[in-house]
Structures are given as C-alpha cells and as structure tokens.
Design a protein around this ligand. Structure first.
Ligand SMILES: [Zn+2]
Length: 498
C-alpha cells in the first residue's frame, strides 16, 4: 500500500485514486460557492424583524379570537407561506409550498402546555430534485417560528423570539431563497414548524407525516437559536463558531441494538453523527481561513504578502451529545422516528435573552430582542446550512449494506457495500477511517467504482466508514460497516473462541 502525503491544502482527493492519504479539504463547487455569496444578512434581518412584528407567536395564540389583526401565530404562518411563494415566483414556480395543519389534543401530566384542542401549522417548501432516479431522496432544514416569553402559556404579551427561533426560521427561508436559484438531483425541503416550546409538537407531527408518507429523508438540519447573541460586556461569545449536536446511540435503538453497537465500538457513529461530520467537512471547503498580511508599514524591500497570522474561519464545533443539558429541540422528533437529524445552535447562549418577558430589572435588559441578534453571524449559519443541503442534494445517496468481513481472524480489513438507489453514472466510493480515539475521519482510500475493497489497516485499530462520491466530488455522509458475523460478548467461563 502506497502512502501519499499531500502538501497542497485544497487538492481534491479524487485526483490520486491509487492510494490512501490523509483527508484534505475538498474543492468547493463553484455553483454552490456562488449561491453562498447571495446569502444576505440584510434579508435575514428583514425576516427576523418581520417575525417580531407579529407581537406574540405563541403556538397557543392560534386559538385566540381577540388578537389585533396582523398579530399571533396564524398571521406569522400566513406570512411565511407568502414568503416561500414569493421566492417560488422568482424561480418560475420551482417550490411547492405546503402547510401541514393539524389539531393537537390537550396534553396530560403535570403542567400540560396544551390544555385544549389547538390548531398547529407547519409551513414548508419543497424544491423537487431534477433526477427522476434520485428525486425521492430528501434533505431538510428546519427552524421553529413560534415564540414564547416567561410564561409558556401567554398568548398576548410581547414575545419577540428574535433569536429563539426567528433566527432559525430565517435560515430556512434564506436557504430556500439562495438554493432555489440552482437545481439539484435530490429534493430539498425548507421548513418552519410550530409547537417546539409546547413540547416539540409540530416537528413530531411533521416527522410522523414524513414516516407515514415514506419520505426518504436522509438529513435533517435543525437550526434553533443561531443568532450569535450579542450582549454588551459578553466576552465568551465566539462569532466564528457554531455548535452542531448529534446523538450517539440512536434514539430508536432497542436495548439489544444499543448493546450490539457498544460491543462493536460503533456508539460514536450513528447516522446523525456521520451527518454532523459531513457538515463539518463541507463547511471547511467553503469557509476558508482568511489571512492577514504584513502591514503597509513593512520596510521597503520586505515582502508585503508575507503571511503573519491566520484568522479562524467560521466553523462548526461538533458536540457529541443529543442536545444541551435540560434542553430539547426539533431534531429529537426526527431522531425519534428513526431519521438522521442534528441540532445547530450558537456558541454561547444568553438565557436573559430567551424565554423572558421583555423588561428591565436593575438596569439589565431581558427579552429575546432584535438588537441581540448578529445578522452577519446568522448569515454564516445560513451559508453553512446551504452548503450542506446543496452538497448532500448533489451527492449520490450513501452506500447501502456496508459490511466488514469478520468471518475469520485476520489483521486485514475486507469491506463491501452496494450502490445507493438511483446512483448516477460515474458514482465512485471512498473508504474513510480514523483511530478509535479520534473524533473525525483522518484518512481516505478511494475505491473507484468497485463495491468491495481489502485494506491492510487492521479493523481492530480504527473505525472505518464508506461514502459515495459523484463525478464532481460531492460526497455522501459515511456509513459505518456492520460485521458480517455478529460481535460476540465474552464473559468469564466462556471459551474466547470456539
Ligand atoms: Zn427554540
């Protein structure tokens, strides 16, 4: 096996198809890069400010009859629908705009957050894939458009919800605006849900609809609180970082399946976690570190282009847990139905500016207000989402039936897989791996169009994954191979090998 060390940072890995090599940053797709340039902080600001004008977007406000016209969640839902339709008009009707409307029954248990039958409306827009063989594949971006203040049952008091979660809703709408100008083989769904604060009611319904209707949902990106809280005096906020949460053991795993995954050492490789890794890799291709150059005062004769420092680019930080302590989010609804879903949230939250009545106490401002949202930051989050959606909707689906041979004792590694459904001509595959104590893939071995490979690297020492690549270098998330022979659990007194 030849080892190749690449020195060029942005060389495409596909150019060296004959050996294993360290993973390098992929070459950006020019069409996607250009779409990301269209993401507009001003447009995002306009969306967030418009959502705030509905005064209170409480999910429960849908049932109130005494609200001022143009306020409450029903008016907000109508406006989001009109916004998707406006975007669709601009792309020649490329979006199918839909409402998922239902009546949620009262909840039971202590402090129920829905006490009477309540109308909920999720609004979404579908950008249908252009490849008939792949259009049933879907990737989805969502945020919750409802808001709350201190009292989660309050339907009348001001509840701006600028950060939580007009910011995430704006990411869905802005992603629709910039990506609807392009065409993708697979389908992208842009979503705004209600009922998050009432207990993930809206997203649960949509996830169940997706399951019942047989959506081939491959990725869900949930943006909740992505405003990059800007509070005077705050020193811990990081405007270059956004957190990406992903579950380890899937929520739907039975106790037996969870035991099998831990036996295998695959507890860190759920499809949601592979999606998170994929988002991080895609981001690295589009957010290149900027550089600063020697100052203008550089003495004559000294090179002015001398690199003096690197400014970190905007980047996701992978958090290997389902969500923050004591908190939940809409990705969980999709995880609960067995879908691949992650949560995206600003680096550091300010809890005075969430779930609070707008008020001043001892000179301190409370409330989820527009001035605490950084629209340049939300724009970067929207770019990261759009890059991920566009790349995944361009890439072939992930390989299926990915297996690792475990029939006999062997230091080598035999991997096999089958092509994803509807794989376009020219689809090839890559094997990626990492040492077991590393968080992300470190090595790659292109496999060409073969659907099996033998490697000398021992399966006992690393974690392997297999992913699909199209001719232009768009990659699917990796899939961790399952053993051809079930992993055995050994206990004292049993023979270690029959
Ligand atoms: Zn929220």
């Amino acid at each position: 096996m030849r080892h190749v060390v690449l020195t060029a940072g942005f060389a495409a890995v596909t150019c060296v198809a004959w050996g294993q090599q360290p993973i390098s940053v992929a070459t950006p797709d020019p069409a996607i890069a250009s779409a990301l340039q269209n993401v507009s902080p001003q447009q995002i600001r306009a969306t967030v400010e418009k959502l705030v004008t509905f005064n209170n977007r409480s999910t429960l406000s849908s049932m109130e009859t005494d609200l001022k016209p143009g306020t409450g969640i029903n008016a907000a839902a109508d406006w989001i629908e009109s916004e998707f339709k406006r975007i669709s008009t601009e792309c020649g009707g490329c979006l199918e705009v839909k409402r998922d409307e239902f009546t949620a029954p009262p909840l039971t248990g202590p402090n129920p957050r829905i006490v009477k039958p309540t109308k909920l409306t999720n609004v979404y827009a579908v950008l249908k894939g252009t490849d008939a063989a792949q259009a049933s594949r879907r990737v989805l971006v969502t945020g919750h458009y409802e808001s709350r203040n201190t009292d989660v049952m309050d339907t009348h008091g001001f509840a701006p919800g600028a950060n939580d979660d007009a910011s995430g809703t704006a990411v869905s709408i802005e992603s629709a605006r910039v990506l609807s100008k392009l065409k993708f083989p697979a389908t992208i769904v842009f979503v705004a849900v209600a009922g998050e604060e009432q207990g993930l009611i809206g997203s649960r319904h949509l996830a169940q609809v997706a399951k019942e209707e047989g959506w081939q949902l491959e990725a869900v990106l949930n943006n909740d609180i992505v405003g990059g809280d800007t509070t005077p005096g705050e020193t811990e906020q990081d405007k270059t970082a956004v957190r990406v949460f992903s579950e380890g053991i899937p929520a739907t795993a039975t106790a037996e399946q969870a035991r099998a995954l831990t036996n295998l050492g695959a507890e860190n490789d759920s499809s949601s976690r592979e999606l998170a890794r994929s988002v991080a890799e895609i981001s690295a291709a589009y957010f290149k570190p900027t550089t600063e150059h020697a100052s203008k005062n550089t003495p004559v004769g000294q090179p002015r282009s001398h690199l003096v420092m690197q400014v970190p680019a905007f980047h996701p930080v992978l958090i290997f847990r389902r969500d923050r302590f004591q908190r939940g989010g809409d990705h969980t609804s999709f995880n609960a139905e067995g879908f691949t879903a992650i949560r995206i949230t600003e680096w550091r939250e300010n809890f005075d500016h969430q779930h609070n009545n707008v008020r001043t106490e001892n000179g301190k401002q409370f409330g989820d207000l527009v001035p605490y949202v950084d629209f340049e930051y939300v724009a970067n989050v929207a770019r990261m989402n759009s890059a991920a959606l566009a790349t995944l909707a361009s890439a072939p689906g992930a390989p299926r039936e990915v297996h690792i041979g475990t029939g006999g004792l062997d230091n080598a590694t035999d991997l096999s897989w089958t092509a994803p459904e509807g794989a376009p001509a020219g689809t090839s595959y890559e094997v990626v791996w990492r040492p077991t104590d590393q968080p992300d893939w470190t090595m790659v071995q292109p496999a060409g169009q073969a659907t099996s490979i033998k490697l000398t690297t021992s399966k006992d020492n690393v974690v392997f994954g297999v992913r699909s690549v199209d001719g232009a270098g768009h990659r699917s998330p990796a899939v961790v191979p399952m053993p051809t022979t079930p992993m055995r659990t050994f206990t004292s007194g049993q023979p270690a090998r029959k």
